[in-house]
Design a protein around this ligand. Structure first.
Ligand code: PLP
Length: 499
């Protein structure tokens, strides 16, 4: 059955998957949502015999219904290839009573690669299908990981340019180095004096600026988004939950129909929303455990029923989760409002104006699938250390937030079901925080020496992504104020035309 996409804020447009991918955000500022969640049409037993790429096809075909089989399979083939350092793409590792679903085996060693290695291909196919003549300009705000993964995905992809904005002092040194050394004649990286939310609001403002869109069109460009609000990112993320379950089933770790819990270190709410969609497709998931760091807006949301971004922004060792406005939560809000676009629009307007909104009792009652909690910085470090000392397994701070919250969940509920923890970054991406947690003596070492030290103690080779930037040249050094983002985009587009 065909799936169409419309905005969370109005039923006005219903567009095909390819159009939704091209647009990123709906005209009214809402997020595209599928008009229904399709059910898995293969049994989990069948899926358990399939490769990652095959499972990807079986899941994605249900959402991207205007893609032909050939188009979709070719996107999948180009995305999940030897850029990943394991043919399993997303392997599971068992440690201290949970399965870690390692989503960091792609080009930039963070889970964003899972979706961003396929998005450029989905987008170029979508452009062809819709006879788009303009060059596509990807605008992205990043809290660290999206930026590099999007740059790597779009670099030198014909018919596209990519401009990434990141908080100048809000990403790890390795994350920054990864971005500012990015090659590709269509790539632009800009630091802003502000935090991630400022970068994200700036990008959103450009997207909703019709006048600027016309101006860009006059130069032969149209904007699109690689942020996690794009449905072309959400759909590929559903895949690995299905794959993980099928894997566990195939290996006899769980029985047919057994429910498992999923724990997700959460920032923009994209990853956990994908798990929620997977559950609603029929995947036997019990609790969705939403783990926050000290920016615990989501924990407060789940425990009080009100969302309130009015609070200090905390810089933590898990920067990709340092977020006060979780954009993808809007898709859940729409869902628990019973697909009521007016209600959704009203709450989002309140969020925009007052920085807060409250759920109705009826909406709150539908959050039963979720459990929220958060981890303090010292708990995160403690989790990294104890996991290493007990199992020799090293996790990054984002994953450690999830592992900490999972432990709290079990202590509170006694729920002993099999659990998959989304492991969202390689510890090599956050070597300083990881090594400081394990062995504070090494704190004086440089970033790359720390990577070598981590390699030694964890007995894991330094990933290619780190080796590549060790001696790479900085090629991007633009920095701007948070209210100058539009001018920077204009200058980039104009400059390119003159060359
Ligand atoms: C982006 C990111 C997250 C948060 O994922 P969301 O989908 O934004 O909730 C967690 N961990 C890492 C390492 C990330 O890069």
């Amino acid at each position: 059955m065909e799936v169409l996409y419309h905005s969370t804020r109005s039923d006005a447009e219903a567009v095909s998957a390819s159009t939704a991918i091209l647009k990123g955000l709906a005209e009214d500022g809402g997020l595209f949502v599928p008009d229904h969640i399709p059910a898995l049409d293969r049994s989990l037993r069948e899926l358990s015999q399939m490769s990652y790429q095959e499972v990807a096809y079986e899941v994605m075909k249900l959402y991207l219904t205007d893609f032909t089989q050939e188009e979709l399979k070719s996107c999948i083939r180009k995305a999940y290839d030897e850029k990943f350092d394991t043919s399993q793409i997303a392997p599971l590792a068992w440690a201290q009573g949970a399965y870690y679903l390692e989503l960091f085996h792609g080009a930039t060693i963070a889970f964003k690669d899972m979706a961003l290695s396929i998005l450029p291909h989905l987008m170029t196919v979508s452009a062809k299908k819709n006879a788009v003549k303009n060059e596509i300009v990807i605008l992205t705000a990043t809290s660290g990981d999206t930026g590099k993964a999007a740059l790597a995905g779009f670099a030198d992809v014909e018919g596209t340019k990519i401009i990434v904005f990141y908080p100048k002092n809000g990403v790890s040194p390795i994350q920054e180095k990864q971005m500012v050394t990015q090659k590709g004649k269509n790539t632009y990286v800009v630091g802003i004096h502000g935090n991630f939310d400022d970068a994200q609001s700036g990008v959103k403002a450009i997207f909703s600026d019709r006048q600027f869109a016309r101006e860009a069109a006059g130069m032969g460009y149209q904007f699109s988004s690689a942020n996690s609000i794009n449905i072309g990112r959400l759909v590929p993320q559903v895949v690995y939950y299905v794959y993980a379950y099928a894997k566990l089933l195939g290996e006899g770790k769980i029985a047919e129909g057994e429910t498992i819990n999923v724990t997700v270190p959460t920032g923009n709410f994209g990853n956990i929303l994908a798990a929620f969609y997977a559950k609603n497709m029929g995947l036997p998931i019990g609790k969705l455990i939403c783990a926050s760091n000290e920016n615990k807006v989501l924990y407060d949301f789940f425990s009080t029923g009100s969302y309130d971004r009015n609070r200090p922004f905390v810089l933590t060792t898990s920067p990709s989760m340092d977020i006060l406005v979780s954009s993808n939560l809007e898709r859940l809000i729409y869902w628990i409002a019973g697909n009521d676009t007016h209600k959704d629009a009203e709450l989002m307007q309140a969020l925009n104006k007052e920085g807060r909104y409250g759920l109705t009792e009826g909406m709150r009652a539908q959050l039963g699938d979720f459990y929220g909690n958060y981890a303090r910085e010292e708990e995160v470090a403690g989790t990294i250390r104890s996991l290493y000392e007990e199992c020799g397994y090293v996790i990054d701070p984002h994953t450690a937030v999830a592992a900490t919250v999972y432990r709290k969940y079990v202590e509170e509920t006694g729920d002993g079901r099999v659990t998959v923890i989304a492991s969202t970054a390689s510890p090599f991406k956050f070597t300083r925080s990881v090594m400081e947690a394990i062995d504070p003596k090494v704190a004086s070492l440089g970033d790359f020496e720390l990577a070598d030290e981590l390699s030694r103690i964890a007995n894991v080779k330094v990933p290619r992504a780190i080796e590549e930037i060790r001696n790479a040249k900085v090629v991007h050094d633009t920095v701007c104020e948070k209210d100058e983002m539009k001018q920077v985009v204009r200058a980039i587009l104009a400059g390119d035309k003159m060359r």
